[in-house]
Design a binder for this molecule. Structure first.
Ligand SMILES: Cc1cc2nc3c(=O)[nH]c(=O)nc-3n(C[C@H](O)[C@H](O)[C@H](O)COP(=O)(O)OP(=O)(O)OC[C@H]3O[C@@H](n4cnc5c(N)ncnc54)[C@H](O)[C@@H]3O)c2cc1C
Length: 752
């Protein structure tokens, strides 16, 4: 059966877009369907947790986010939230910001529309189709695929995918269509007015009361919260009293009267948003049914009091993406169990947060003065019990055999620390060097120098090949610049830690044998140790993998007999050859001229596929599916170019012979393929004029794609030229000019 994509994501909110980017970086074909024509322009989330920022950092979006969407306000505003009682007294200061486990501030400010723009732009650049103005109406689970029907601008369209994920928000159609039971968390039923303002007079915001603070005013006359937004913006959430209509949310006189006490008025501020929302909390019993999954608000709704809805959703995406990757790579495996694990570890965590948020709502929303005074007394007496969103629910996918008495017991199933590592001349965090999506065995410095650190090669081979895992060892080649990792290993007396791709700790080991059994345990837990036949899907064998530090997917098939042969060998020679784990292990990916040559071949292959799909395009309404394939094939070309550019950038300078072979591959393999594909595309102009995809006319879409591919090709050429010897570098511009001319001609055809 031919699928339109591997995974269809419903909803281009922050969770759907993040999931699409994570899955895309593994090389899977993703389509996102979104009902709205444009990004929802008004602010919602303001509070961003460090671990979520780290996910986007691992996707290479850190700088883009800080340019427009995210701000670190530590130092400008207080690190604590003040809880203010009925008489205006500070009841408690709750630690809120401060340093985090991953080496940054614990929280950041976020502007949600700007965030969504950064994520969607990244999708476009990385070959992920985000198709807007397309509202999903029905989703059907079958044994072999998912069928999705959606209402687009040209009528109903049907899509076939291997898996579908509903990231379609609190009123999820996917949830209703598939029949996921939703449990309301009792006690959550108040209505609030959210007001976002931006100063119109320079410096005015800094003079507003509470500017340096986040405060929850448990004022029985009108409970409200006052928090800081991205620099200068201010957010107030004010409870609507029982006799106040929801329509008050659009009454500007009413709104100004509520925030006047903060010094904010029409002379110095602009109301960016005012909306009423009913506080609601609840979760689905399960987040997975067959091939359909739910993530984000579709799966669980967190009242806004603790600012965790978006954060929880991105955590869902982060811990789901690598499981879907494994399910796609090993379709014969018991992926259903992986998804059940995912539901239980995610739902355990979010339920705690939702209950805490609903309990907070009950405390904050008391409007009777006497009751509020009693509440304040009780509140003062109750010990502070912080939530820990960085711990997975139980049972989950982490080592179950870690002893209660072990010092590291609480670390297992928790987010791992991060810090700066220097590898060669590159400084960066773990996610910068190794991406967010690799299984890692991370060894202590003691581990590297200790010659006894030896692990059975068969397990390591499986770890590397089946899980795409990497081994990192602090030592001569990798410097723990600030010492945080070494200190952590020292604290727990650990030789190594096995990290999941989402950076959670699978297990901690004190010995090589312990480490080996952790890896075996993880493979077993995933059903990938060899107990069952697990075969890598043929079409994934040559698929380009996004360049986020991951190694290419190897082609392997493990069977019970495979394990048996290994066991036999084990018995015969007593033990497999042992390997010492150091950075010099060939398991770490190396970029050189060979990887650039492979990349050029991948670009050529992807271009040929695109050429064939374009040639078969019939135009008109019957060409819609082919149009989607063209889009997807174009993205595969872009993806291959971007990956090869990265390989070129990270390669050492080429020798003369290497320069010659790269230049030859460019001229002999790539140029003819690109030129003939451009000619095919041009010849189809009339058919493209006749076709539509989503709301976009195909001619303008083709023009946009051609411009993108041209610009990416120029980047690739620049990266390669920088590595060539001077002789080859001097002739290269002529070849680049030839390709550029061909692109310009094709672009002009579609622009006219
Ligand atoms: C006032 C307020 C303050 C908040 N503050 C915070 C905070 O500080 N921190 C925090 O972490 N969270 C906060 N949240 C919550 C946060 O905004 C949400 O949790 C987050 O937006 C959820 O993301 P999502 O991608 O799951 O869903 P959404 O953002 O709702 O996105 C779902 C997408 O799916 C699309 N869609 C829906 N149905 C269909 C369909 N049938 N077909 C195609 N597309 C469809 C929608 O158009 C939408 O684009 C706040 C929320 C509010 C309202």
């Amino acid at each position: 059966m031919k699928h339109d994509c591997d995974v269809l994501v419903v909803g281009a909110g922050p969770v759907g877009l993040t999931l699409a980017l994570l899955l895309g970086s593994y090389g899977h074909r993703i389509i996102v369907l979104e009902r709205h024509a444009a990004i929802y322009p008004l602010p919602r989330a303001v509070n961003l947790s460090h671990d979520v920022l780290r996910v986007w950092d691992g996707l290479g979006l850190y700088y883009d986010l800080f340019e427009s969407a995210v701000a670190d306000v530590r130092g400008t505003v207080s690190d604590e939230v003040e809880i203010i009682g009925a008489s205006g007294q500070v009841l408690r200061r709750v630690p809120y910001n401060g340093p985090s486990k991953t080496g940054t501030s614990r929280t950041f400010r976020i502007h949600q529309p700007a965030l969504e723009k950064v994520l969607e732009t990244a999708c476009q650049k990385r070959g992920i189709a985000v198709i807007r103005s397309t509202e999903v109406e029905n989703v059907l689970n079958t044994d072999s695929h998912v069928e999705v029907s959606a209402q687009g601008p040209s009528g109903i369209q049907n899509w076939l995918a291997q898996f579908a994920v509903g990231c379609d928000g609190a009123n999820s159609l996917v949830r209703r269509s598939v029949g996921f039971p939703f449990i309301d968390c009792p006690g959550s039923n108040t209505t609030w007015l959210v007001v976002d303002v931006a100063p119109t007079v320079p410096g005015a915001g800094e003079k507003w009361k509470d500017f340096h603070n986040a405060r929850v005013h448990m004022n029985p006359q009108r409970p409200h919260a006052s928090v800081f937004g991205t620099p200068q913006r201010r957010r107030w959430e004010l409870m609507l009293l029982s006799d106040e209509e929801i329509a008050k949310a659009s009454d500007s006189g009413f709104i100004w009267s509520l925030i006047a006490e903060f010094g904010c008025n029409p002379e110095n501020a602009l109301i960016e948003k005012s909306a009423a929302f009913s506080s609601k909390g609840g979760w689905c019993e399960t987040f997975n049914k067959g091939r359909i999954l739910l993530a984000g608000d579709a799966a669980h709704v967190t009242p806004t009091f603790i600012g965790q809805g978006l954060n929880s959703g991105v955590r869902d995406a982060n811990s789901l993406s690598w499981r879907i990757d494994l399910a796609l790579r090993y379709p014969e495996s018991n992926w259903c169990r992986m998804f059940e694990d995912w539901t239980s570890e995610r739902s355990g965590g979010v339920q705690e947060l939702i209950k805490a948020s609903v309990a907070m709502e009950a405390r904050v929303t008391v409007t009777d003065l006497e009751q509020a005074m009693r509440r304040d007394v009780e509140y003062n007496q109750r010990p502070f019990a912080p939530q820990n969103p960085e711990k997975l629910g139980s049972p989950g996918m982490y080592a179950l055999n870690s002893e209660e008495g072990e010092a590291f017991h609480d670390e297992v199933g928790s987010l791992f620390i991060d810090g700066t590592l220097q590898i060669g001349d590159r400084h960066g965090r773990l996610c910068d060097h190794f991406g967010v999506q690799s299984w890692l065995i991370f060894l202590s410095p003691v581990g590297e120098s200790n010659s006894k650190t030896q692990i059975c090669s068969d397990i390591i081979r499986r770890f590397s090949v089946v899980l795409n895992g990497k081994i990192v060892s602090i030592g001569n080649d990798i410097h723990d610049t600030t010492g945080v990792f070494s200190a952590w290993f020292m604290k727990y007396g650990a030789l190594g830690v096995l990290l999941r791709p989402d950076h959670y700790i699978y297990g901690v080991a004190r010995t090589a044998t312990g480490l080996e059994s952790l890896v075996r345990d993880a493979l077993c837990h995933l059903g990938l140790l060899g107990e069952e036949t697990v075969t890598l899907k043929p079409e994934l064998q040559n698929r380009p993998v996004g360049d986020f530090g991951s190694q290419s997917i190897a082609t392997k098939s493990f069977r019970r007999s495979d394990l048996n042969i290994n066991m036999l060998l084990l018995k015969t020679i007593a033990f497999f050859p042992l390997i010492t784990l150091t950075l010099s292990s060939p398991l770490l990916s190396k970029r050189d001229e060979a990887s650039v040559l492979t990349g050029i071949q991948k670009i050529a292959n992807a271009t040929i596929t695109l050429n064939n799909t374009v040639a078969s395009y019939p135009g008109g309404i019957e060409g819609t599916i082919t149009a989607v394939e063209i889009l997807s094939d174009s993205f595969a070309v872009i993806n291959a170019i971007v990956c090869t550019t990265n390989d070129a950038k990270h390669s050492a300078n080429f020798t003369d012979a290497e320069s010659e072979s790269v230049a030859e591959a460019f001229i002999a393999t790539l140029v003819p393929v690109v030129e003939s594909s451009l000619a095919t595309i041009e010849s189809k102009k009339a058919d493209f004029e006749d076709g539509f995809l989503g709301i976009a006319s195909l001619t303008s879409l083709v023009e946009t794609i051609l411009k993108e591919i041209k610009s990416d090709s120029d980047d690739l050429a620049t990266a390669i030229i920088a590595k060539l010897t001077s002789t080859w570098a001097s002739v290269a511009p002529l070849i680049v000019a030839e390709i550029d001319d061909a692109f310009d001609k094709a672009i002009a055809t579609f622009a006219s």
